[in-house]
Design a protein around this ligand. Structure first.
Ligand code: SME
Length: 156
C-alpha cells in the first residue's frame, strides 16, 4: 500500500483524480475521524510533495492542531485569526497566492510562500479546516479548491 502514495506524476487534475479514488477506498470502512484525517493528510502530502499538509479541528472557540505531515506547527488559532481562522469565519475555502500579502497570516514556517485552507463540514457546521502550505508562490488555484473540497467531504 505504501508505495502507492509516492509523489505523484501527471497533471494536477490527473493526480487529484487518482488521489480521490485512493482516498475514497481508504476511508470507506473507517469510522474514526482522527484516523481518517491522519491518512488523508499523508496521502495529499505525498501525492504532491507539499511543504505542510494538515488539519486544525474546531475545539470551542479555537482551532486546535490535528493530524498533519511536515514541520512542527502552531497548535492553536483563534476564530478569524490567520488564514485558517478566516476560512472558518467566512465559511469558505481561501487561496493565498503570496502569504506575505495576506494581512494577519500566521507564519508557522518562514519557508511557506502560498497556502490553501479548506473548511471541513459536519452536520452543517465547520468541524475542522484542511490547511496546505507550499514553498512556492501561487501553487493553489480553482482545481485544488474543487478537488480538495471533494476530498474533505469524504470525512463525513
Ligand atoms: N498559516 C496558517 C497557520 C497554520 S500553518 O501554516 C501550519 C494561518 O495563517 O492560519
Amino acid at each position: 500500500m505504501a508505495e502507492d502514495f509516492k509523489i505523484g506524476t501527471g497533471s494536477k487534475e490527473e493526480r487529484y483524480k487518482l488521489l480521490f479514488a485512493q482516498a475514497e477506498a481508504m476511508l470507506r470502512d473507517e469510522g474514526d475521524e482522527v484516523a481518517k484525517m491522519a491518512n488523508l493528510a499523508a496521502m495529499i502530502h505525498l501525492s504532491f510533495g507539499f511543504w505542510w499538509t494538515g488539519f486544525y479541528r474546531v475545539v470551542g472557540e479555537e482551532l486546535v492542531l490535528g493530524p498533519f505531515q511536515g514541520p512542527v506547527a502552531c497548535t492553536r488559532i483563534g476564530y478569524g485569526r490567520g488564514v485558517c481562522g478566516t476560512a472558518w469565519r467566512e465559511e469558505q475555502t481561501i487561496i493565498v497566492e503570496d502569504v506575505e500579502k495576506f494581512p494577519g497570516h500566521i507564519a508557522c514556517s518562514s519557508l511557506s510562500r502560498s497556502e490553501i485552507v479548506v473548511p471541513v463540514w459536519h452536520n452543517d457546521e465547520i468541524c475542522a479546516v484542511l490547511d496546505i502550505d507550499s514553498e512556492r508562490l501561487a501553487t493553489f488555484d480553482s482545481t485544488d479548491k474543487l478537488w480538495l473540497e471533494k476530498i474533505v467531504a469524504l470525512l463525513k
